[in-house]
Design a protein around this ligand. Structure first.
Ligand code: DGL
Length: 270
């Protein structure tokens, strides 16, 4: 009855931690494609090939339901996967929709026409591939009108986190926030549209100031997963053991995971 969690690297651990806390009886199998991170600078075909490979590995581990805890894969590959690749007895869910539902004050599955919402000026921080896809703006336009989105492609941040270089990651976050604030001086809300960024959330909040509400995905996705499982209990696959798989070097990935998450995680080779 395990659920699979996929990311290009360490970022999806932020989602996994929140989901495991919300659903303590569900085993989770994590797959970090650390050997190929960052995805944010790759093209859509490349991201599709890497993501489908990772999802197949999670299916093989007994997870019929896989969460793409990666905005870049959700933006660049998920639609294509859902259209013609995923068999009918498996599910792959992305991380965009729960975030946008929270931002637009909607309950799950509220498909009513787009309407005015409280936030008017939204700062989006994401990888270059996610920003280029405009998937966030597309999903938002289905639900809200009159929201101005300014997007900042945050080149280098995922790489710095994957390398365990916190000082560089912090400097890059501050310079990306400054660049965005030059174009949108007073956002009401900021969206961390990459699951690596909650690992630097305190830096985003500090650089943005206390008046900006920061939305990050971990708890929103965990709540939405709990809701999905309550409605579709049969989707839990036959896997019964939690594990952490990586395509990278398990020793160094485990070390960087402990550094950013503050707890010991033992990765094994995927
Ligand atoms: N955590 C991934 C995301 O949410 C990072 C993508 C990357 O590897 O660049 O977009």
């Amino acid at each position: 009855m395990a659920v699979g969690v996929f990311d290009s690297g360490l970022g999806g651990l932020t989602v996994l931690d929140a989901a495991a806390k919300r659903l303590p009886d569900v085993p989770f199998v994590y797959y970090g494609d650390n050997a190929h991170a960052p995805y944010g600078v790759r093209d859509a075909d490349d991201i599709y090939d890497l993501t489908t490979k990772g999802v197949e590995r999670l299916w093989a581990a007994g997870c019929d339901l896989v969460i793409l805890a990666c905005n870049t894969a959700s933006a660049a590959a998920l639609k294509r996967m859902q259209e013609k690749w995923i068999p009918s007895h498996k599910r792959v869910l992305g991380v965009f929709v729960p975030l946008i539902e929270a931002l637009t004050e909607r309950q799950w599955g509220d498909n009513s026409p787009p309407r005015e919402v409280a936030v008017k000026h939204v700062a989006l921080f994401a990888t270059p591939a996610t920003v280029a896809s405009r998937a966030f703006q597309r999903e938002l336009a289905f639900r809200a009108i009159g929201v101005d989105v300014e997007a900042q492609p945050c080149a280098g941040v995922v790489d710095a986190i994957e390398q365990g270089d916190e000082i560089l990651a912090e400097a890059l976050v501050r310079s990306h926030v400054e660049a965005l604030l030059r174009r949108m001086p007073k956002p009401d809300a900021a969206v961390l549209g990459c699951t690596h960024y909650p690992l630097m959330e305190h830096v985003f909040q500090d650089a943005l100031g206390v008046d900006v509400r920061v939305f990050s995905q971990a708890s929103l996705v965990a709540d939405s997963l709990a809701d999905y499982l309550a409605r579709h209990p049969a989707i839990l696959g036959k896997g019964s053991e939690s594990m952490f798989l990586t395509t990278g070097d398990p020793k160094s990935v485990s070390k960087h995971a402990a550094q950013f998450l503050g707890r010991k995680i033992d990765f094994q080779a995927a």
